[in-house]
Design a protein around this ligand. Structure first.
Ligand code: MN3
Length: 212
């Protein structure tokens, strides 16, 4: 079944002033849609068409001849979650106790999480993502960064939270000030309910995934 653009879980103007309607209209309606259209075009005839998005993404990642397809599938996966990783009146410390305890145990508490997450986003050279991920073997939480359309899933981990640091995600609202965008994301946009939901599900092992 072809991949389709999911609706945003809120209106285009719902995340202002931290992420504008103009940014969301372009990012969701044009960039995410382009990944889907190109992904549908490139997956045709590869034999991966009937796999889940996650399985197709992992299989494409492992095959250098499918690097172009992987970029589209990785970005489709990343953006499906990215829209849900944000919510109006989000961000800050208002997270479920179980998740907070684990962040304290593995990352030195909320302040440790925030500093490491923003640092990862700032130091991802060029386009990419920064992440809060869970190791599928140990269940341990960690902060990571990946280039382009890559994500923790292709490295044997579960993605609990990701922030898009491609310029298309912040240039309209923050120009070149990526750190300000990352601060606003952490302080005002993170949908901790969705992060907690993914955390409670535990490690999500994908068929064909390379162990970390
Ligand atoms: Mn993007």
């Amino acid at each position: 079944m072809p991949f389709e653009l999911p609706e945003l879980p809120y209106g285009y103007d719902a995340l202002g002033p931290y992420m504008s309607a103009e940014t969301l209209e372009f990012h969701h309606g044009k960039h995410h849609l382009a990944y889907i259209d190109k992904g549908n075009e490139l997956i045709a005839g590869t034999g991966l068409e009937n796999l889940s998005l996650e399985e197709a993404m992992v299989a494409a990642y492992k095959d250098p001849a499918k690097a172009g397809l992987f970029n589209q599938l990785g970005q489709h996966f990343n953006h499906i979650h990215f829209w849900n990783w944000m919510a109006p009146n989000g961000g800050g410390t208002k997270m479920a106790g179980s998740l907070e305890s684990k962040i304290t145990e593995d990352l030195g508490g909320y302040d440790g999480f925030k500093a490491k997450f923003i640092e990862a986003g700032m130091t991802q050279f060029g386009s990419g993502w920064c992440w809060l991920a869970m190791d599928n073997e140990t269940g341990k939480l960690e902060i990571a960064k990946t280039p382009n359309g890559e994500n923790p899933v292709v490295h044997g981990k579960t993605a609990l939270l990701g922030c898009d640091v491609w310029e298309h995600s912040y240039y309209i609202d923050y120009r070149n000030a990526r750190p300000k965008y990352l601060e606003a994301f952490v302080d005002h946009l993170i949908n901790w309910e969705y992060v907690a939901e993914l955390f409670e599900k535990g490690p999500q092992v994908i068929k064909g995934q390379i162990a970390a």
